[in-house]
Design a protein around this ligand. Structure first.
Ligand code: FE2
Length: 391
């Protein structure tokens, strides 16, 4: 699994089932109290790929008016802050008749909310950026197994939880951006190299409390990437090279490179696309145009790839509809929309993105790690970042 596309192509086999996943379960005008809706709940993993048995399911639907109400709506707790998500959710409602109610907040706030609501929580799905956050929710015992053959076929194993508690929906790489007028890309090579004194006072990155950075360091802690001792050393050199005390978000780091506060920055790939297409803020666009994008560790351990993903909550009253929703998000149509509108890499390998920027990135090698380790290594990462004085 060296190249991202290679990784992703591991599930190419599944075109047939993917097609099944794209097939409407029912028209948007039909009553949600239908056989196909309820039979989703009855699906065993085998049945999910074959014709359903309407008899049993119709009965289930007719017997429960409470359930009929529930079939019409799912509630999503989301930390994602992109308008494009809402467009994709609308398409799901058009296709299935299931309304998606979205509650947006910060990850910790939503997790606290879920814990205090307990059994009474209206939420069916927790949707968030970064495998570290998904692992945190899993550790809190908030998820139930997704149990969907369609997801297993659409999303490669390395982008899903090994215990089926969450699945990646989109992928993003944490890369180096550089000032094209001051840095020659031949000077760039690896994350490790960013600890070299030649970068002193030249590197911009956001704070150590940011989950993207915690996951980046947590990925390094894997023995096949840097391992603990090297990560510790690396952090000392890296922090000593920072151009300023960390502040702002990913975009602010790119803007600061443009303003000359440093020469290189670490950012997630989709922000480059968002900045380049920002028609409201000319400075944002100009900043992005001044930057080159470099995928580190191509000759060694690969670039850090993370996901944005979701899991079905244990307290969901409607896991069948929640599952259908996640299956929809993994479908080619939704995956293409995520990549073309939000500059995220499709997690579904059958999707060829039409996005010009993503196409221009080409193939790249990614870290060969199990994303669950980002949860396991999280605490240690935070501790080491703190020890190294990364604010
Ligand atoms: Fe983000």
């Amino acid at each position: 699994m060296k190249l991202f596309k290679t990784i992703v192509s591991l599930s190419l086999v599944i075109v047939v089932l993917l097609a099944a996943g794209c097939q409407p379960q029912q028209s948007s005008t039909s009553d949600p109290n239908t056989t196909s809706k309820v039979s989703e709940a009855e699906k065993t993993s085998e049945a999910a790929t074959t014709e359903e048995e309407p008899a049993a399911t119709t009965e289930a639907a007719e017997n429960s008016t409470d359930e009929v109400e529930d079939w019409q709506k799912i509630t999503l707790y989301s930390t994602r802050h992109y308008d494009t998500d809402d467009e994709i959710f609308k398409k799901f409602t058009e296709k299935t008749g299931i309304v998606v109610e979205v509650v947006k907040d910060k990850g910790n706030a939503l997790i606290e909310k879920l814990k205090s609501e307990g059994e009474d929580s209206p939420a069916d799905i927790f949707y968030t950026a970064d495998a570290g956050n998904l692992e945190h929710a899993k550790a809190e015992g908030l998820f139930q197994p997704i149990n969907s053959d369609i997801i297993k076929e659409n999303i490669p194993e390395n982008l899903r939880d090994d215990e089926d508690m969450w699945t990646g929906i989109t992928a993003r790489a944490r890369v180096i951006v550089y000032a094209k007028d001051r840095v020659d890309p031949s000077e760039l090579s690896t994350y490790e190299d960013l600890a070299d004194p030649k970068w002193q006072g030249r590197i911009l990155i956001r704070s150590s409390s940011n989950q993207y950075n915690i996951s980046l360091v947590a990925s390094f802690l894997n023995d096949n990437i840097m391992g603990e001792e090297k990560t510790k050393e690396w952090l000392e050199g890296f922090v000593a090279n920072l151009a300023r005390e960390p502040k702002g978000n990913d975009r602010d780091q790119g803007k600061a490179v443009y303003a000359g506060e440093g020469d290189i920055a670490i950012m997630n790939t989709y922000y480059i696309g968002k900045m380049l297409s920002d028609e409201k803020d000319p400075e944002m666009k100009a900043a992005a145009e001044s930057l080159g994008v470099f995928f580190p560790n191509q000759d060694t351990t690969g670039t850090h790839l993370n996901v944005s993903g979701a899991g079905i909550l244990k307290t969901s009253d409607n896991p069948a509809a929640a599952r259908e929703f996640l299956e929809f998000l993994s479908s080619e149509k939704a995956q293409e929309a995520f990549s073309s509108a939000n500059y995220e890499f499709p997690a579904n390998p059958n999707v060829q993105t039409e996005n010009e920027l993503l196409k221009s990135f080409g193939e790249f090698k990614v870290q060969d790690i199990d994303l669950s380790t980002l949860g396991d290594n999280q605490e240690k990462a935070v501790m080491l970042m703190d020890e190294a004085g990364w604010k």
